[in-house]
Design a binder for this molecule. Sequence first.
Ligand SMILES: [Zn+2]
Ligand SMILES: [Zn+2]
Ligand SMILES: [Zn+2]
Length: 378
Amino acid sequence: MSFFKKLFGGSEEEGQGKEQGQGLGDLIKQAKAMQEQFASQVQQGSQQNLDVSQLMAQATANMEALTGQTAEPRAQFVKKTNCHNCGGAKTLPPKTAYVYCDFCGSLTDYDFQKACENPQSMMPGPAYEQLIRDTNADAQLARETKDRDKFIEIQRRLFDRWIELCPNAVSPRAKRDENYRKQLVEYMAQTATVNEFDEKYQEFAAQVTKDTMGIKWQGMYPKMTAESSTFWPLYQTVKAQLEYSYGILKANGVLDLHPDQAPEDLQRRMTWSMFCQGWLPTLGPEDSERMIADAGLKGEYTRMEPVETTVRHCGGCGGEMHMLKGAKVMICEECGTKVDVGNPEVNCKNCAGMISFPVGVNRLQCPYCTSEAQRMSW
Ligand SMILES: [Zn+2]
Ligand SMILES: [Zn+2]
Ligand SMILES: [Zn+2]
C-alpha cells in the first residue's frame, strides 16, 4: 500500500503537512485533499473508473444505514430541532445542511446527513488550488514574520474565492446577501488567523499530522478502512484541538462574528461535521456510528407530517416559499434571501407579480420583470 504511505505519510509533499493551521479551512482541506488523493491514487493504481463522488457515496450509504432511511425519499424526513431564538419546532424539510427556523429565519441546526448527500460541494477545483499556490509564499512569509495583518488579508481572499467556487458548501444566505457573505469571509479568516498564530494550536496541528500518518489501513478498495486502534488517537487529538481552538476563538471574540449568530454549540458541530464527513468513508460501521454519536451529529429524524402552508414569493428570486402559520421571517433556500413573511405580499405595479420583501428592504427590482417595486406604506 505504498500510495497510502505516500498519501498520509508524505508530509514533505505539498498539500499535506505544510498547509496545517488554517482553522476551519484546515479541516476541510485535510479531509478533501485526503479524499481527492485517495480517489486519484486508486484510479491510477487499479484502472477502475472510480471518482470522489463514488468514494463519498459510501459516506452517504453509511448515513443511511445509521438512520435507517434508505427506503424513503429523504425530503420526507426532518431532523428534530427547536429554534434557540424563538423556540419554534423545525417542520419543513430543509434543502441544504443549513437548517433555518421556519418561523424566525435563525440558523438553528446543521444537518450532517444532508451535508453528506452532496459531498463534492466542498471541492473547489483547479482555480482555487492555483490561488492557494499563488498565495502560499506570501502566507508563509506572513507566518514567519508574524505579520498577522498580511496573513488575514490572504485568508480573506482565499475564503472569499472558496465561497464563490463552492456555494453549496456554505449557507445559501451567502449567495445573494453581500453583507452576509462578507461577514462569513471575515469569520473564517479570523478563525484561521487566530489558530495560525497560537503556538499551542500549532502543537495540536503537528500532532494531528502525526496521528494521521499513523493510520493503518485494512482491506482492499473500495472496502478500505482505517484500523480502529489507529483512528481513535487521531480523533481524540482533533477533539482536543477543537476544544482548545474554541477556547481561543471565544477569547478573541471570533465566535461572536458568526454571520448567523449561531450558538457556540452549533458552530462546534458544524466544524466537527467537516472532519467527520472527511473520515466517514474510511471507517467501519461501528467506528462510524461511534464517531457520529460522539461528535453530536447523529440527531433524531422524524417523518414530515402534512402541514398547512401559505405560498409566498421571495423578493430576491421570485421563487415560491411555503410559509407556516405564525412565521415572521424565512430564509429562501433557493437564493438565500432573508424574507419578511410577517407582512403581507406586495403586487408589482408593472407586472402584478406577488412579492414578499426581504427583511429591511423597502425597494427592489421586481424578480419577474426587473422594474422597481416598493413596499407599500401604510
Ligand atoms: Zn426561530
Ligand atoms: Zn429567493
Ligand atoms: Zn414585476
